[in-house]
Design a binder for this molecule. Structure first.
Ligand code: GAL
Length: 983
């Protein structure tokens, strides 16, 4: 007997043709159409019905017991947070959540069945009817009135089905069966949640006879002649009109247009017009621009391109990958306000509306195909669809759908073949097809470093040193001399860099310097825009019922990659993380460098002058305003620089405040003079600061005590010195009647994601050494020379490594002065997380004001955004609520901090220290999985005063901190004065 098995189902067939129409552009047309978004009947089945289905498609099928869901949606996010209505979401980065057994997928394959009724809208001229789906994950078949019209794969690609033959004017039943897994899933291994359903819009489109099914707009700009070249491909007989340019010409004729203004991300000049036949009019938004490559430099309109970019996944904490237009606008406006000028649509074409908005607002877009096969890396790239001939058509189909849909957008400057899909002839075929279809844009793919068939050399996470070598054209050769020669002539893009996971990203400043220094470096795209956290509610504990953002593993997935899904510049609710402020500074379009008598302004724009930008100066003494005014800066052309003296009589920066007095700083800033679509007039684009009273580093020694010093008095339980009471171990327990604990030496920080991950995470060394469980032993407490000197050894169990620390106390004028001298004990093979002290202070002191750098957190290699001034915050707002709690919230360069509340006050002053105040201990922070695990200590706030912290880097998925930010175990000294009033 011949064994029989299941016939290979259509959704495990890699061939792309399942009945959808060839791809074409999304056109803005006056032909009749109707949205199919809205309520659909829905049910979820655990597996695909076998043997001819289940009849769900029949018009008379009774779906009255089904649920109603809103399309677009993904079914895993239906229900209320914490109580998914159907199955839950799952997150993996590289690993497939199903066996690698291509092209088949498991029998357990959840199926969402959808039904809705529809009437045809009025379409006087008859014509054909198409049903369009813009995004369905992962495979689906479409039935109209009981007849199967086709199926499709390619989750983030548009598919249209011709339903003309099957529709009637009224009462049609549209039924769609969506499968969670399909052959297509092997091509969609992007680092994101696995979510399913009709998650983008669906519509019914009329195609009038004699209408315009397809348009291809070519609009170049000749920078030398200042002319445009226009060619609109459309059906013969169609007429193109661009009234602003006086153009009315037949389609398919190329013409040169004089006096045209180019499109750029900086000045997104669009010319609105139409292309029409008697039967249909399509709106055009034409942007003239030319992308070219010359001498290994990427050019836009003849000017070197500097991509100050971000990678953008589509994400919403409640709706998943379903975005409404308001959210898209919010993303773009936030990007523009933070000086971002480019987006890589990682790792699939975005919702079509996003590109239309990018045309309007101005962003350079690298449009990426919906392709990633990263999971094959785990089996040595065996069976990889990028190289297996059987997958060739499927990959080509994905590329065609990407290019055809998006080809008319001036914002799209390059096509990316996909992400992390290894190497292979199918990628090469995608490149060849793309080049023949659209030679006017560059082709990008990162995964094949030979770069033989692409137009830019692209890498992800190359470190600064390697990026600099590439900038100089001195990178190590690739194995094939021919490829090497070709690659050296290509511009370079960091398609991902500065992995923004957790606290950080460190090292942006140094990348920005490199991009500016080397024309071959066309810039890059930070990884990534937004954390993909899912809004949930805490099931128990102190915060029961309160919202938090879930990450991988929170839904009980059997394989998952934890919080690696949370690596964005925005939190899931689109509030900015400190990393976004850092990015805004690194991406400033103007360099502003003030000094004592004036300021140098350098324009980093490539396509506009500085007209429309106002400059202002202000002087502050320790953050207190002294003087301010407008600053006249002549218009600068792209790349120009000018030195402007400060205005004479308003006498900007003059007298120094003098030694011991406040620090005097001048700030010069650049602002929008008029409203822009993305920001109101007054919005700050760039700023620079300089210290006026002293240009050297502040002296860092022991400050000279002021006033009369007080003697140490030994008491029954310990010591007294001025306002301070110390226990028998020499630990400060009270200051002017205010109960305190410590300060004591602290070397530990709750590891950041960058400390925790990567090949050799320092946190593993720190925990192995025991820095998270230090023991303190008081060696001696002595009173000498009106000082109390306490010496201690601070070491973990089981090793002879740690620190010897002397706390030397003096009392003057009602304050205590503390000098901490630390020196390493034993032989340290690892960097130190921090060098400083930790102190418990009463929890009512929860209003913090400080003079130094602010307003946001800063670390040694993440401190671009911090500026000199005077700042205030409550303790809760000093915390950065990252999805996985970790070291955060440090304020650097602090000279004075005042903590007040409940009538009490504690003042800390020093020459330059790092201040961190939190309502829980570092240990609690380290142990928490989500912010809802962190319960404020009712009695104490925990305050760290540090001399320095270890750098942050981007080791979670990129280079670690640069060597100069590594904090070695070394001698250090920290000097502060403490005074208090108890309420
Ligand atoms: C890259 C990948 C991204 C993301 C990132 C880490 O390798 O292309 O999709 O996984 O690493 O967050």
């Amino acid at each position: 007997m011949t064994p029989t098995g299941p016939v290979r189902a259509w959704f495990a067939d890699v061939a792309p043709a399942h009945g959808s129409l060839p791809p074409r552009a999304h056109l803005d047309t006056d032909a009749a159409s109707m949205t199919l978004d809205g309520e659909w009947a829905f049910r979820l089945l655990p597996r695909v019905p076998r043997h001819g289905g289940n009849g769900f498609e029949a018009p008379g099928f009774d779906d009255s017991a089904w649920d109603l869901v809103r399309v677009p949606h993904c079914w895993q996010l239906e229900g209320v947070p914490g109580l998914p209505r159907y199955s839950g979401p799952a997150y993996t980065n590289v690993v497939y959540p199903f066996p690698i057994d291509p092209p088949d997928v498991p029998d357990e394959n959840p199926v969402g069945e959808y039904r809705r009724r529809m009437d045809l809208p009025d379409a006087p001229d008859g014509g054909r009817w198409l049903v369009r789906f813009e995004g369905v994950d992962s495979a689906y078949e479409v039935y109209i009135n009981g007849t199967r019209v086709g199926g499709a794969m390619g989750s983030r690609l548009t598919h249209e089905f011709d339903v003309t033959e099957y529709v009637v004017p009224r009462g049609n039943v549209l039924a769609v069966r969506v499968l969670q897994w399909s052959a297509g899933s092997y091509l969609e291994d992007q680092d994101m949640w696995w979510l399913s359903g009709i998650f983008r819009s669906a519509s019914l489109l009329n195609r009038p006879a004699g209408g315009i099914d397809e348009v291809f707009v070519h609009a170049d700009f000749d920078a030398a002649a200042h002319t445009g070249r226009l060619l609109v491909e459309a059906p013969p007989g169609a007429v193109v009109r661009l009234p602003e340019l006086g153009i009315e010409v037949p389609a398919n004729e190329s013409l040169v247009v004089s006096d045209v203004e180019p499109w750029s991300a900086e000045v997104p000049r669009l010319y609105r017009g139409t292309v029409s036949t008697g039967a249909e009019t399509v709106d055009l938004a034409v942007g003239f621009r030319t992308i070219s490559i010359d001498d290994a430099t990427l050019l836009a309109n003849g000017v070197p391109l500097r991509l100050r970019g971000v990678n953008r996944h589509e994400w919403h904490p409640k709706a998943g990958r379903t975005l409404d237009e308001a959210t898209m606008r919010a993303d773009i406006e936030l990007m523009k306000r933070h000086n971002v000028n480019a987006v890589r649509t990682s790792h699939y074409p975005p919702d079509a509306r996003f590109l239309r908005l990018c045309d309007e607002y101005g962003l350079w877009v690298l449009d990426e195909c919906d392709l990633e096969t990263h999971g094959f890396e785990r089996i040595g790239w065996r069976l990889n669809p990028s190289s297996e001939p059987v997958w060739r058509e499927a990959l080509l189909d994905r590329m065609r759908r990407t290019v055809e849909r998006d080809k008319n957008h001036p914002c799209v400057i390059g096509w990316s073949l996909g992400n992390e899909s290894g190497r292979g002839a199918n990628l090469e075929a995608m490149a060849a097809w793309t080049r023949s279809r659209d030679p006017d844009r560059f082709i990008h793919y990162e995964g094949d470093w030979d770069s033989a068939y692409v137009d830019v050399y692209s890498r992800m996470y190359a470190d600064h040193a390697e990026t600099e070598l590439i900038g100089r054209g001195e990178e190590p050769p690739t194995s094939d001399p021919q490829h090497d020669r070709r690659r050296r002539a290509l511009p370079f893009i960091l398609c991902e860099y500065a992995h923004a996971m957790g606290t950080g990203p460190g090292g942006l400043a140094e990348y920005a310097d490199l991009f500016e220094a080397y024309p071959r470096l066309a810039g890059g795209f930070v990884w990534e825009w937004i954390d993909h956290g899912i809004l949930q509610r805490a099931a128990s504990g102190a915060y029961e019922g309160e919202e938090f953002f879930a990450y991988g593993g929170d839904f009980g997935e059997e394989v998952h990659d934890g919080n690696f899904v949370a690596d964005g510049l925005l939190f899931p609710d689109r509030t900015a993380s400190p990393g976004l402020a850092e990015l805004a500074k690194a991406y400033e379009p103007l360099r502003i460098e003030p000094s004592r008598d004036g300021v140098t302004v350098t324009s980093l724009f490539g396509h506009r002058t500085t007209s429309g930008i106002d400059f202002r100066w202000r002087i502050e003494d320790d953050g207190e305003p002294v003087a301010s005014g407008p600053l006249a800066v002549p218009d600068l052309g792209p790349g120009e620089a000018i030195r402007v003296p400060f205005p004479g009589r308003t006498g900007a920066p003059v007298a120094a405040a003098g030694p011991g007095g406040p620090q005097r700083w001048v700030t010069v800033s650049a602002h929008l003079a008029v409203d822009e679509p993305w920001a109101a007039a007054g919005h700050e684009l760039a700023w620079g600061q300089a210290r006026l009273d002293d240009h050297g580093e502040p002296p860092r020694g022991r400050a000279r005590p002021a006033g009369d010093s007080r003697a140490v008095v030994q008491t029954d339980g310990g010591w007294e010195l001025g306002p301070g009471r110390f226990d028998a171990f020499g630990t400060l327990v009270e200051l002017s009647g205010l109960a305190v604990r410590g300060p004591r030496l602290d070397l530990w920080r709750a590891p950041t994601d960058n400390d925790e991950r990567g090949d050799a995470p320092p946190s593993a060394d720190w925990r192995a050494l025991g820095l998270d469980r230090l023991r303190h032993r008081t060696v001696s407490v002595t009173s000498e020379d009106r000082a109390l000197s306490v010496v201690a050894h601070v070491m973990p169990a089981g090793v002879d490594v740690g620190y010897e620390v002397e706390y030397r106390w003096h009392a003057h004028d009602g304050a205590l002065r503390l000098d901490v001298f630390g020196s390493p004990l034993g032989s340290w093979a690892v960097p130190v997380p921090r060098l400083g002290v930790r102190m418990g202070i009463p929890s009512q002191l929860d209003a913090v004001a400080w003079v130094g750098l602010g307003p946001g957190e800063a670390y040694p290699d993440v401190s671009l955004a911090a500026r000199e001034g005077r700042f205030a915050s409550d303790v809760a707002s000093l915390q950065t609520p990252r999805l996985r709690p970790q070291e955060n919230g440090a304020r650097r360069g602090v000279r004075k901090a005042e903590l007040t509340g409940g009538g009490s006050r504690l003042t800390v002053s020093g020459e330059c220290f790092i201040l961190t105040v939190r309502p829980w201990t570092t240990e609690a922070l380290d142990a928490a999985a989500h912010p809802t695990d962190l319960v404020p200590d009712p009695r104490w706030l925990w305050m760290n005063l540090d001399d320095e912290q270890h750098g942050i880097g981007t080791g979670a998925c990129g280079p670690i901190e640069l060597p100069r930010y590594r904090l070695e175990a070394k001698r250090f000294r920290l000097s502060v004065a403490l005074s208090a009033e108890a309420g």
